[in-house]
Design a binder for this molecule. Structure first.
Ligand code: ADP
Ligand code: MG
Length: 678
């Protein structure tokens, strides 16, 4: 019987392992099963090198629970270990046997999972005692038994195992009893071992008998040893890819596209990425890309490994070159990871370009669903953006799709403004903005539909990328001003009329929470609507972006600011103007004259600077504001008598969905009254 101290420099490494090495205790199973898988794979490799001349027989890994004894046993019939091996690979922590094996058989020993030499000791995260029973494949080897109770002392001696392979027996500690449950173990094996390359067996298949599920004689195999991503794309049909997708993510719609990744230089990476049909954010956060290392599940927290926009994609990435057991900040700085991320980006762009070129109709059909990936990619990844500009599509309100190039050709002639800028009109909601779209289309303009979640950002990006192009939402101004062809005719209102009209409409504006209204006048032609609501493009975009981004609170706090554009050429407006002008014109003119006189005096006084008579100045200021108030009062008293004014404003607000609650009820009652008057 050999006794010794496990060769670590720290006094006692186990508390460290227990607490810090892996935050998730459950990964002990992944580590031990993958060691068993490694042992099986090694035997195959040795056989192919002629170093093992016997029969391997069917190789598999078994995980057995003994509830009574309180043990979990992981057994394999792989290479096994001699006493020397145990001394070397188990007693000397952090001396990874896998690493050494890989060095020796570099070119053929694919699929060896271990790299770090600490996996075995993760057993002590859940076990108070671990026993190894092992018999090496080597001719004349004797069985070895090793035992350790979690202190740095171990015992090693002759073992009892009579066939090649290894049993790892874990005496589960009191805090970890939950692992002694077949369904818990099944769950973990499904999570971590689902695609391991050697059959993993645990428990029995069950069947329905006499009103309950009972064990059969058949072993339950947990894993698929040859998952689709390990195969050649030429061996797989569309159905294979789709079926595999559903296997990974049950209950989802069919994916839109997929990409089979396959590189061996300068790093090794395989996998299948899917563009899912995104229905809601919950699906995105729940069904994520899974990262594997030689078919061993590692994580689905792939931030930093895949480009950010691919967080929306699904599928599997398998690479032994991603350093898996280290911290995320390390991952992000790792050059291999950067290369991998760059490679994946390029593959995704190539694939999309390929579909676009070979089957544009199909591409267009799926555009609305995939545009979120593409736009997100373009916004977050400059390289992807450049590649994607070739196949980015714009959709107009008729449902037609154009490339950026095609669209430019389409609208260049009719939508270039007086400064030579091409104006792209767009709508974010073709129902709510219907009247504006119609007005623009009646004028022969094309309107794009930009109603995706990211499009307020995306519009900004396109403006940077396309030269001399500006995007204007279709309701951001009256149609005449959306694309300014020349410095249009100024509005022919006398200053008295303008004064009256401003107060007339201003006094009747409703109070809408968190909204602010300005009045302006335009000659929009006799047939155009009397009053239109527009919302400034710049402010609206700022607010939209603020809503999606933290740190832009300033903008999100601002009220929505709308302009009510009064069409002076509309006959109703014109009638209201002339009536008011006739009734109030003279009186307002007088007030305006005295206002001018007072203002002039105030100006003179202010020119004297510090020498000015302060009390006189205050007196003048008061007079000015009194005259203004007087004016307001006269006009608003008059306006209150004319229900049409409020009616016109309300109609404009109504068509923008801004008329609500009490204001809406008042509008309806007023409408009925107006009809009654006839
Ligand atoms: P790694 O797998 O990273 O090498 P581990 O701590 O998981 O590190 O395992 C250490 C070594 O112990 C392995 O490399 C292997 O040589 C040996 N070993 C562990 N489990 C087995 C097993 N079931 N059969 C044969 N050898 C094993
Ligand atoms: Mg290992």
């Amino acid at each position: 019987m050999q006794k010794g101290t496990i060769g670590v420099t720290t006094e006692n490494i186990f508390p460290v392992i227990k607490k810090f090495l892996y935050s998730d205790h459950e990964i002990f199973l992944r580590e031990l099963v993958s060691n068993a898988v490694d042992a099986s794979q090694k035997l195959r490799t040795l056989q192919s090198f002629g170093e093992f001349k016997g029969e391997t027989g069917p190789l598999d890994v078994r995980v057995t629970i003994d509830k009574e004894a309180g043990t979990i046993t992981i057994s394999d019939n792989g290479v096994g270990m001699t006493e020397e091996d145990v001394d070397r690979y188990i007693n000397q922590i952090a001396f990874s046997g896998a690493e050494e094996f890989l060095q020796k058989y570099k070119d053929t020993a694919n699929g060896i999972i271990g790299h770090f030499g600490l996996g075995f000791y993760s057993a002590f995260m859940v076990a108070k005692k671990v026993v190894i029973n092992t018999l090496s494949y080597k001719e004349g080897a004797t069985a070895v038994r090793w035992e350790c109770d979690g202190s740095p002392e171990y015992e090693m001696g002759e073992g009892t195992r009579s066939s090649r392979g290894t049993d790892i027996i874990l005496y589960i500690d009191d805090e970890s009893k939950k692992f002694l449950d077949q369904s818990v173990i099944d769950g973990l094996l499904k999570k971590y071992c689902r695609f391991m390359p050697v059959p993993v067996i645990s428990g029995k298949e069950q069947e329905w008998k006499d009103g309950k599920m009972v064990d059969t004689e058949r072993d339950k195999i947990i894993n698929a040893t040859e998952p689709q991503w390990t195969k050649k794309p030429s061996e797989l049909t569309d159905k294979d890819y789709i079926d595999f997708y559903h296997e990974l993510y049950p209950g989802q719609d069919d994916p839109l596209f997929w990409i089979h990744l396959n590189v061996d230089y300068p790093f090794t990476l395989t996998g299948i990425l899917y563009f899912p049909k995104i229905k809601n954010n919950l699906d995105v956060s729940r069904n994520r890309i899974q990262l594997y290392s030689n078919q061993v599940y590692v994580t689905d927290s792939v931030e930093g490994v895949v480009p950010e926009f691919m967080m929306l994609m699904q599928g599997v990435i398998d690479s032994p070159d991603i350093p898996l057991n280290v911290s995320r900040s390390y991952l992000q700085a790792d050059t291999a990871v950067k290369k991998i991320s760059g490679y994946i980006t390029k593959k995704v762009a190539d694939r999309l370009d390929g579909i676009f070129k070979s089957d544009r109709a199909e591409f267009e059909k799926k555009w609305d669903d995939i545009k979120i990936f593409i736009e997100y990619g373009m916004l977050t990844d400059a390289k992807f953006c450049d590649a994607a500009l070739k196949f980015t599509l714009l959709k107009d309100t008729q449902g037609k799709y154009y490339t950026l190039e095609e669209y430019k050709t389409l609208v260049e002639a009719s939508q270039t403004d007086k400064d030579g800028k091409i104006v792209y009109l767009y709508t974010t909601d073709s129902t709510a903005q219907y009247s504006y779209i119609k007005a623009a289309e009646d004028k022969g303009y094309s309107v794009l539909v930009m109603d995706g979640q990211l499009e307020s950002h995306f519009v900004g990006l396109l403006e940077q990328k396309l030269q001399n192009t500006t995007f204007v939402r279709v309701d951001s101004d009256v149609v005449e001003n959306l694309i300014k062809k020349n410095d249009g005719p100024s509005v022919e209102l006398t200053s008295v009329d303008r004064n009256i009209m401003t107060s007339l409409f201003h006094s009747q504006l409703p109070v809408v929470d968190k909204s602010e209204f300005l009045i302006s006048f335009e000659n929009m032609g006799a047939s155009a609507m009397p009053v239109t609501v527009t919302q400034n493009e710049y402010m609206r975009r700022m607010k939209d972006m603020a809503a999606m981004q933290p740190g832009m609170d300033f903008y999100s706090q601002l009220p929505d600011s709308y302009t009510l554009v009064v069409n002076t050429a509309n006959p109703i407006v014109d009638r209201l103007r002339s009536q008011a002008s006739e009734k109030l014109g003279a009186e307002i003119q007088t007030l305006m004259d005295s206002l001018e006189a007072e203002n002039k005096e105030l100006d003179e006084l202010q020119k004297q600077g510090d020498a000015a008579d302060k009390s006189k100045e205050a007196e003048l200021r008061k007079k000015v504001s009194d005259i203004r108030a007087e004016q307001e009062k006269i006009v608003s008293t008059y306006a209150a008598e004319i229900p049409e004014i409020k009616q016109l404003l309300d109609l404009a607000l109504l068509s923008n969905g801004l008329l609500k609650g009490a204001e809406l009820t008042a509008f309806i009652e007023r409408s009925v009254d107006l009809l009654n008057q006839k």
